[in-house]
Design a protein around this ligand. Sequence first.
Ligand SMILES: Nc1ncnc2c1ncn2[C@@H]1O[C@H](COP(=O)(O)OP(=O)(O)OP(=O)(O)O)[C@@H](O)[C@H]1O
Ligand SMILES: [Mg+2]
Length: 276
Amino acid sequence: MTHTKLRKLKISYGDNHALKEINVDIPDKQITAIIGPSGCGKTTLLKSINRIIELSEGVKVRGEVLIDGANIYGKDADVLALRKKVGFLPQRPCPLPMSIYDNVAFGPRIHRLSEEQITKQLEKQKTNGLVKKEKSKKYQDYSKMDHLVEHYLKLAGLWDEVKDRLHSSASKLSIGQQQRLALARVLAIEPEVILADEPTSALDPLSAKLVEEQFKLLKKDYTIVIVTHILRQARRIADYVMFMYLGELIEHGPAEKFFNAPQKDKTKEYLSGEIS
Ligand SMILES: Nc1ncnc2c1ncn2[C@@H]1O[C@H](COP(=O)(O)OP(=O)(O)OP(=O)(O)O)[C@@H](O)[C@H]1O
Ligand SMILES: [Mg+2]
């Protein structure tokens, strides 16, 4: 189990103090929504959780992000292992210029999964209850990687729509399908935590609903942190809410309490639409 804790986390871009001092524990196997107006630091906060923030120019990170008790910004932190444990789903899907199949297989191949590891990975998922225990005979006809690709496309809720065209180009998919393909790609690296930055903002309402539904299913086995500026979406899917304003974490707590009995004036103003 992953425990994610932010301690005295401060992030600046040059002179711009984008995050002031964040202290929060992110609950395991729930959906946490980070909400707040544009420019308040939501993406910065999300990207700090797997150090992808360090790709931004002039960024400075102080404080700690503890995952399973270890500071990911510590001197001997293993960034590659971290990125495998904490997957990132960007705002706009950008499929690799290859087939649907190869997009999903890319991560496992990069991480050089041997046949043996693939079997182990699938076994683990079986015991987690994520794969229906089907007769393994069915799979003897095709390779383990085929099985893996099918598995993650199913987890991402895309399998039925693409099973007959796995080897056609991923760029031909609709944006909503591409977003679920991006989710399948993240899932295929077997993360424990999924970070998603406004994952439905480029989608039509129906595709957005499909992605939301998928997150709700996945939280059984994954810790999910999602940035959204859509309050209704946060109400629909969040178990836990973090409200950011001008780089500060104003209020955080279980969704029901947050929405029904907010404590801080700023939160009340935001929820009532007085500030946006
Ligand atoms: N790469 C960067 N270089 C310099 N400043 C940045 C960079 N990225 C973000 N900022 C600044 O940091 C602050 C927080 O930005 P961030 O992108 O985290 O906000 P956000 O809440 O995700 O906004 P939005 O809802 O518009 O996506 C803003 O003032 C922004 O201008
Ligand atoms: Mg953002």
